[in-house]
Design a binder for this molecule. Structure first.
Ligand SMILES: [Zn+2]
Ligand SMILES: [Zn+2]
Length: 161
């Protein structure tokens, strides 16, 4: 039953994304749908390479992934997060966490979403304050904290002993 419900939901999401793609003069092809599906399935940041790895069995090449993700990014379906010359992408619309901060570990390069409720509220407040003080309107934000993740800190602690 749960599966059926999820299916309908995904279908609704795709019909809206389809409209958005067509409104921008592109066709909603099977390839584009497959690429977009990966973002829903992964629910995390994906690099072009990771998307390609997930789709190579479907005969979708890296160049095709690249071209289409760039299109999705230009029409605001996905958001780009650039880290050390590598771009990661995540859903911008339908994201379960639309406004969040990122953390990158310098050791394992993992990117973590910081999306706890209390932090999100502080973040919204910060956005509002910046808008008010500077008399501007914020559409989006890219904040990246850099340091050591929990796992790598544990390893460090063990080595220190
Ligand atoms: Zn780490
Ligand atoms: Zn994120």
């Amino acid at each position: 039953m749960e599966g059926v419900k999820n299916n309908t939901l995904t279908k609704d999401k795709f019909s809206l994304i389809r409209k958005l793609i067509e409104k921008n003069g592109f066709k909603f092809t099977k390839q584009r749908k497959l690429i977009l599906e990966q973002f829903f399935l992964a629910d995390r940041h994906l690099s072009m390479e990771e998307i390609y790895q997930r789709l190579k069995e479907n005969n979708i090449g890296l160049a095709t992934v690249y071209r289409n993700v760039k299109i999705f990014s230009s029409i605001g379906i996905v958001k780009e997060i650039a880290v050390d010359g590598v771009s990661y992408y995540e859903l911008k619309i339908y994201s379960k966490k639309p406004l969040h901060i990122h953390f990158q570990c310098v050791k394992c390069n993992d990117i973590i979403d910081i999306d706890e409720k209390e932090i999100a509220l502080e973040y919204l407040k910060l956005n509002k304050t910046i808008e008010d003080i500077n008399d501007l309107k914020i559409y989006d934000a890219n904040i990246m904290f850099i340091g050591l993740c929990k796992r790598c800190r544990e390893v460090n602690k063990c080595q220190d002993r």
